[in-house]
Design a binder for this molecule. Structure first.
Ligand code: ATP
Length: 237
């Protein structure tokens, strides 16, 4: 049984159809990436999984259970945690307070110390800046904080929406290394990326999304070698 399954999922913003029958699966332990142009429906796909946007039709299963009508906060309790596009760090709160917000649905408060240690070992920079306000961090550091905050919910499935957006090249390489490390430590990852080259080279499997539909699927390596993908998404003619 896949950890996550979307079957013919549609979603709308008012009358605008953003998703037109998305079908995909994520198996436990995988890194799966969604690539596609601006406006293709990547963010909306993440939002229907995390519960920020409703599904208008189709199936949405997590660990075999229908979660379509489950509230977003209860999906976090079930094990789905999202690091949103544009980061959403709380600017007036310290790094530590931001991380604590990520853990607010946790009942096992005793193990929070160990999880904080895990986040600080993945992101030593956050440990150095733990008492600093979120809003004073650089773009790359805020991205790390958003990922760290999502990890504090101890998710089984981590949703990362454009983690490399707007980052300097040295931060981009670092974020992708850390995503691999998070996955190796046992967290399943669904990743949305504009940076298709890096995302495909890190992913076990990938889906290409165009105007709200999945138009291609394969292993990361297969899609990296696909001439049509190279031309459309990798900037190689
Ligand atoms: P981007 O990389 O630009 O974030 P995306 O692939 O994530 O693109 P979505 O943001 O999911 O795409 O958008 C899918 C479609 O839904 C687009 O046609 C977009 O214009 C539309 N859309 C997205 N958000 C809204 C909104 N809040 N209100 C109305 N339409 C929206």
């Amino acid at each position: 049984m896949p950890l996550l399954e979307l079957n013919d999922v549609c979603a709308h913003y008012g009358r605008i159809q953003a998703l037109d029958g998305i079908t995909l699966t994520v198996e436990e332990g995988e890194v799966v990436t969604l690539i596609g142009a601006n406006g293709a429906g990547k963010t909306t796909t993440m939002r229907v999984i995390s519960g920020i946007r409703p599904v208008s039709s189709g199936k949405l299963l997590f660990d075999g259970d229908d979660i379509k009508s489950l509230r977003a906060d209860l999906r976090v309790v079930r094990g789905i945690s999202q690091s949103p596009e544009g980061r959403g760090v709380f600017p007036g709160m310290t790094v530590l307070e931001n991380l604590d917000m990520g853990a607010y649905t946790r009942k096992d408060r005793k193990s929070l110390g160990a999880d904080l240690d895990r986040v600080f070992s993945l992101f030593p920079r956050l440990a150095e800046r733990r008492t600093q306000a979120g809003g004073t961090l650089s773009g790359g550091e805020q991205q790390m904080l958003a990922i760290g905050r999502a990890l504090m919910a101890k998710p089984r499935l981590l949703l990362l929406d454009e983690p490399s957006m707007g980052l300097a090249p040295q931060f981009i390489a670092q974020i992708f290394r850390i995503i691999t490390e998070i996955n190796e430590q046992g967290t399943t990852v669904l990743l949305v990326e504009q940076n298709a080259q890096q995302a495909l080279s890190r992913a076990d499997r990938a889906y290409v999304i165009e105007t709200g539909r999945i138009v291609k699927a394969g292993t990361g390596a297969e899609l990296l070698a696909d001439p049509a993908i190279k031309e459309a998404y990798l900037g190689v003619a």
